[in-house]
Design a binder for this molecule. Sequence first.
Ligand code: EPZ
Length: 417
Amino acid sequence: VPIGGAKNATLPILVATLVAPGEHRLARVPDLADVGSMLSLLGRIGCPSLGHAGLVSVDTTRVIYNEAPYDLVRKMRASVLALGPLLARCGEAHVSLPGGCAIGVRPIDQHLKGLEALGCQFELSGGYVHGKVEKLTGGRVRFDMPTVTGTENVLMAAVLAQGESVFENAAREPEIVDLVRFLRSLGAIIEGEGSSTLHVQGVASLTPAKAPYAILPDRVEAGTYLVAGAITGGDITIQGVNPGDLSAVLDALLSAGCTIDVGDDTVRVRREGPVRTVNVTTEPHPGFPTDMQAQLMALLCLAQGESEIRETIFENRFMHVPELQRLGANIDVFGNLARTKGVRQLTGATVMATDLRASASLVLAGLAARGRTEVLRLYHLDRGYERLVEKLQAVGAQVARVGDDPRERAGQPGAAA
Ligand code: EPZ
């Protein structure tokens, strides 16, 4: 299974182009709804793009609006990442508050606190964050908890601040490392990526790199297909990945009884014996990623015995549980702890996707369930998985997109699978 560019690296990198006026070229851009949303946001700001996937160019020579409007932010909360770059570029920005989402409240207080440390001032009114800064000045940024987009938002401003900034308790995700590498290709001076302390030396200006920047592979897409191999007792090899970004996921799959072979940019997973129980707690990187929690839970529904899954990042990320129960899973939830008791077999049913990774876990469970499983509200999947059905079909899965579900016509676009 070929793995594409990471959604959660593409989104910050696309908006980071604002800090360096000119034409940027990006390679390995995944063909995802969220990427499309970010390209339309850039278009609204006055930065046209060519291409929507693969090799994409964005021209940020001119910025005519410094606003991320509600209708776009509502669809994709990552639009809030426009705040830091627009403040650095224009000194003023108006970004709609993202509002909550299915998995939690998702506040942005740490984004604002970090940008305030660089001299920005904010006021909230009409559902928007209105920010302005006279002179962006380097400072000490200390996050109360590691926040991925919080670290990214503040970093995209700090690179153009006057003087040095020190980030403490910064997020360590590979997507942060990729953003730092991209910013460095524009001339930014940053050290410490991948650790919880970043040092940024602000520069007066940045310019687009000559060569296209290749986005790092998507470790969550990669992990999802590894679980597909594990849950079906199959034999899957994923290609074009950084195995080092997957350590916590590989450890969990090994404990679950899989055989794992790691190559330079490939990982092969097989499972001949029974699924074994695994206890896992989601943590900031390099711990077990919250974005893989729902997928691993689907696998553990078939383990021999009881597993405990603790979700510590988001307060409501068990929406897949009642849907997995419809497939016959035996799961009890106590606050942020889910306890699965393995069953011999799941049985197909119609289930509802609720958020991006939950919908992936339902597809995975459906691959292993006896009979037909219908997953509704696929627009959730299309946000983060490129050509999921084709990639699964290519390795023997019996899966297809079927016609629109009438219940969806009222709600959202998309089809059932
Ligand atoms: C990013 O979300 C990812 N999204 C998420 O992936 C991922 O699940 C998450 O990081 C954790 O890894 C993108 O990168 C676009 P956080 P983000 O800020 O940045 C709290 C997916 O499926 N917090 O690291 O929004 C927050 O409530 C998506 O692709 C504050 O309290 O997550 C959470 O409990 C889902 N105040 C914790 O920190 C803030 O200002 C970590 O959130 C910011 C965050």
